[in-house]
Design a protein around this ligand. Structure first.
Ligand code: TXA
Ligand code: MG
Length: 352
């Protein structure tokens, strides 16, 4: 299949952009697939209420079909159309954070096919904060099921060229809306348990949710990397975000981290390996390796969230065999950053 790529600027949605989105909406109505930008990562969208569309999404990503999709809506009123009942907590959280990087899990009604929810009786729903995404949902005339627009297991795309790399020839259209704002997938909170539970950390932190809801809990498999329990979000159990080369996270005092990474890099380069280092603005100049990239500024960890997946992908482009990364604070958005980085590294973390 020929994949059409169209470019739309979110800040300049003119007539032509609208025409493009109408066409994209029609593709989704007809049961086809369109990759599109959201504020978190690019999504691979299909009609959420069409079981065949969901099947196509799994096939295009190479994703196991027990890993449910997130349904994207453009209006708060749409919720009542696809869930059994809208919990009070959902109204409060939507008021506070929608449109935005928060996905809520509720009990689905019969309209939502099991193909979309990976066989579960619950459905994950989010209203993205991106004008292109919202207009696409409206133009599709319904709701859009969209996982991240990457081949299963690879880092989520934060720029359109990585959607092209993974999905070209497999879907009808890719909308290039530039680099996304946040860079990590939405926070997922399950509202079907008595105490709402975070199943995946993201830009909306536990503290922000507690400020609105009072007590919440966190799926312990997220914070305890040694836990052998099954994560409550099926997708969190799969290998994820993995770059092609081996990645090791190194944590400790800055001087120790820098000298450990430089020693190990030397050794690996002497063995003929291509070595990459994920540094920060303050440390970038201290490393000696084939490729050294700053992922952002520790003073503002949202800069790190913004660049992390892109940097992981760029190391693949550079044919890097071995990567070392600095470690990050595990608070606020740092919890989401470390969650993704640990998965990308297969939990290979060294204290020095
Ligand atoms: O920011 C995001 O959420 C992006 C953009 C495109 O919106 N989407 C995204 O989708 O990250 P995906 O499919 O890559 O991740 C969805 C996660 C998976 O871990 C899945 O297991 C979990 O959500 N999930 C979906 N429905 C669920 C449900 N009913 N119960 C538990 N977990 C669910
Ligand atoms: Mg994903």
């Amino acid at each position: 299949m020929e994949t059409e790529v169209i470019v739309i600027e979110e800040s300049d949605m003119d007539e032509e952009a609208l025409e493009g989105l109408k066409k994209a909406g029609q593709i989704i109505r007809d049961g086809g697939l369109v990759a599109f930008p959201t504020e978190t990562v690019y999504g691979l969208g299909g009609d959420a209420l069409n079981p065949l569309s969901s099947k196509k999404i799994y096939a295009a990503k190479g994703r196991p079909s027990d890993n449910p999709l997130i349904v994207h809506v453009a209006n708060m009123d749409d919720l009542a159309d696809i869930v059994k009942e809208v919990p009070e907590a959902a109204r409060k959280l939507a008021d506070a954070f929608w449109p935005g990087p928060l996905t809520m899990i509720m009990n689905k009604n019969d309209k939502v096919p099991y193909e979309t929810t990976g066989g579960l009786d619950t459905v994950a729903i989010r209203m993205p904060n991106n004008k292109i995404a919202l207009e696409l949902i409206r133009q599709s005339g319904g709701y859009i099921a969209a996982p991240s627009a990457n081949t299963s297991g690879r880092p989520s795309p934060t720029v359109a060229r990585y959607c092209v790399e993974d999905l070209s020839g497999k879907i009808e259209m890719i909308i290039d809306g530039g680099q996304v704002g946040i860079g990590l997938e939405s926070t997922i909170v399950d509202l079907t348990s008595e105490v709402p539970m975070i199943l995946r950390p993201g830009y909306i932190t536990a503290q922000m949710l507690e400020d609105v809801l009072g007590k919440i809990s966190i799926d312990k498999t997220i914070i305890d990397s040694t836990s052998t329990e099954k994560p409550k979000a099926p997708g969190m159990k799969y290998k994820h975000y993995a770059p092609k080369g081996d990645l090791m996270i190194v944590q400790g005092a800055q001087d120790n981290v820098v000298s450990y990474i430089n020693d190990k890099s030397q050794q690996a380069m002497a063995e003929g390996k291509r070595v990459g280092v994920i540094a920060t603005d303050a440390t970038k100049a201290m490393y000696r390796a084939d490729v050294v990239k700053s992922v952002g500024n520790r003073e503002d960890e949202s800069t790190i969230a913004h660049e992390l997946f892109k940097v992981l992908r760029e190391f693949d482009d550079e044919q890097i065999d071995i990567m070392f990364s600095e470690s990050f604070d595990d608070s606020g958005i740092g919890q989401a950053i470390m969650n993704r980085l640990l998965k990308a590294a297969g939990h290979n973390i060294k204290s020095v």
